[in-house]
Design a protein. Structure first.
Length: 317
């Protein structure tokens, strides 16, 4: 018992001396201008951004207190701020000043955190990235016009900045009601890119937000056209809705590409070759179909199930 107490009596002073020595040892010197200062240092000069930063989705990196310093607050995006503080400000002293960065650098910086999102899985091969349209062209982190998605402008106005022709189509008599606020561009499109299509012969679509089973996004609303049907209308499955319809807007009823229904149908039903669902080709109209007679100019008067039928191979019901 005395031996144990004696050893304990020697051990305690030794531990105390070691702890004192460690407390007096100076911390390792950091590399000048390369350290992290914390977001509190930023709010001294950037008070306008800091006052509203608590509303920003990126604030959760600070609020959680669990993220490493290279992914926390201001320095999570802009990099270590020590050099910027020592220089007294200036864009050139910020490791990642987005207004001075190349498009690919901006994209890679944002993907440092956002790459895990499935919606952005195709962003590096999207039409936007291929044309150097990257995150900061559409999003404004500190001065967002919309709280959702941190967009620089209202979504439709933002898209119209580049897609002026589409803006005109949404003002046509027959249209999807984007300007009225009933729907928005991202209901049909994924601006970050999409997977290969299962329609249009597998060609890449214009960044469409695909539905269940990689279906065309039209079927998310027009569910009655989904099928599968006993008698499929081949163009609907193979070519997609855009074979007959202009999806953004048209001067014709039902967003059709042509003003009269039969002129749309005759694009395929012209007596060509030996293809089609039954390998019989697409027959010419019979003699009883007088195209000059108005009652035969709207094919869907009789062929009511034109998108597909479970009852009749000619889509009569």
């Amino acid at each position: 018992m005395r031996t144990c107490l004696h050893r304990t009596g020697l051990l305690l002073p030794m531990l105390a001396a070691l702890a004192l020595a460690q407390s007096q040892t100076p911390p390792p010197a950091s590399v000048p201008g390369s350290g992290f200062t914390g977001s509190n240092a930023c709010k001294t000069c950037h008070a306008d951004m800091w006052m509203n930063f608590y509303k920003n989705p990126h604030f959760k990196s600070l609020a959680s207190g669990k993220e490493p310093e290279e992914k926390t607050g201001c320095e999570g995006c802009h990099g270590p701020g020590q050099q910027h503080v020592q220089a007294g400000g200036g864009k050139t002293s910020i490791p990642r000043a987005f207004s001075l960065m190349q498009p690919k650098q901006v994209l890679q910086t944002c993907l440092g955190c956002h790459a895990k999102d499935m919606a952005r899985a195709n962003i590096q091969r999207s039409e936007h990235s291929g044309n150097d349209v990257v995150c900061t062209n559409c999003h404004s982190i500190h001065h967002a016009a919309t709280p959702k998605f941190l967009l620089a402008k209202k979504q439709s106005e933002l898209c119209y900045t580049c897609h002026a022709a589409v803006r005109a189509q949404f003002s046509m008599p027959s249209k999807h009601r984007v300007n009225e606020g009933f729907m928005q561009c991202s209901d049909c499109h994924n601006p970050h890119g999409s997977f290969n299509a299962t329609w249009k012969m597998g060609q890449r679509p214009p960044m469409l937000e695909q539905g269940l089973g990689a279906e065309t996004p039209c079927l998310k609303c027009h569910v009655d056209k989904r099928g599968p049907f006993v008698f499929e209308h081949a163009p609907v499955r193979v070519e997609g809705c855009e074979t007959c319809h202009n999806p953004h807007g048209s001067m014709n009823a039902k967003l059709l590409r042509r003003p009269v229904v039969f002129t749309v149908c005759l694009e395929c039903h012209n007596g060509a070759g030996s293809f089609g669902t039954r390998n019989l080709g697409v027959d010419l109209q019979s003699s009883r179909h007088n195209m000059l007679d108005p009652k035969f100019q709207k094919c869907t008067t009789c062929h009511v199930a034109i998108h597909g039928s479970n009852s009749d191979q000619y889509f009569l019901r």
